[in-house]
Design a binder for this molecule. Structure first.
Ligand code: IYR
Length: 222
């Protein structure tokens, strides 16, 4: 095994117990304000904000530090339109044929349908790709580990970073979404994971009246 070089954890700052409580509570308060939004303003967003959010996502813990992800940031209106058309075609068959009645019932409170105008309205679509394997300098395959877990964690950080910055997002997973790979010219080694739609909310946007489960339902302390 290669000898790993190690450095001190000099960036860690230990808070007092009171601060731990205050900071964790403040962060929960901040996170519970996050809502998935389905109507976006067309107002532009400085690209550097998106760059910072992606850099934050890229800090995610991941299998063997292979960082098995790639983010394609789409702001070009022609590309957004092509994504919308392809996604809506998939969604039409999903809502009309593929979705089971049980699935449609589960979606009813969200008020979703096959129309996805936000794919054109929002200033950015961040298409997250999972790298099933890596490509070395000479095009050789490099093994990646825990790809789905790693990319899921990075996507969570991306959503959190976008919220923390003060923008809103929508996690969109057209299914199937293989069309994104061809449309965006990504290699065979990658699979689309999700589209994060990012921007400002439309004026007077409404969100579903839904609740998060209480702690007693989502956690057990042994
Ligand atoms: N992909 C479809 C359906 C959909 C599925 C789930 I699970 C959601 O939480 C939301 C939507 C769509 O985008 O409409």
């Amino acid at each position: 095994m290669a000898n790993a070089s190690r450095v001190p954890l000099s960036d860690y700052q230990e808070p007092s117990t009171a601060d731990l409580l205050a900071r964790s509570g403040a962060f929960y308060d901040e996170m519970k304000r996050r809502r998935t939004v389905r109507d976006f303003s067309a107002r532009p967003v400085d690209r550097r904000v998106i760059e910072n959010c992606i850099l934050a996502a890229g800090t995610a813990p991941n299998g063997a530090n292979m960082q098995p992800w790639h983010f394609v940031v789409v702001s070009d209106s022609e590309v957004k339109k092509a994504i919308r058309l392809a996604a809506e075609a998939e969604e039409r068959t999903f809502y009309a044929q593929r979705a089971t009645p049980e699935w449609l019932d589960a979606l009813a409170p969200l008020g979703t349908n096959p129309n996805k105008p936000f794919l054109e309205t929002a200033p950015y679509l961040i298409v997250v790709f999972a790298q099933i394997y890596g490509l070395g300098h000479n095009g050789e395959k490099v093994k990646h580990y825990y790809v789905q877990e790693s990319v899921g964690i990075a996507a969570g950080l991306l959503i959190t970073a976008v919220h923390r910055a003060g923008l809103v997002s929508l996690t969109h997973t057209p299914s199937p979404m293989g069309f994104l790979r061809e449309l965006l010219g990504r290699p065979d080694s990658e699979r689309p994971f999700l589209i994060l739609v990012v921007g400002y909310p439309a004026a007077n946007v409404l969100v579903p009246n839904i609740q998060k489960k209480p702690l007693s339902e989502i956690a057990s302390f042994l």
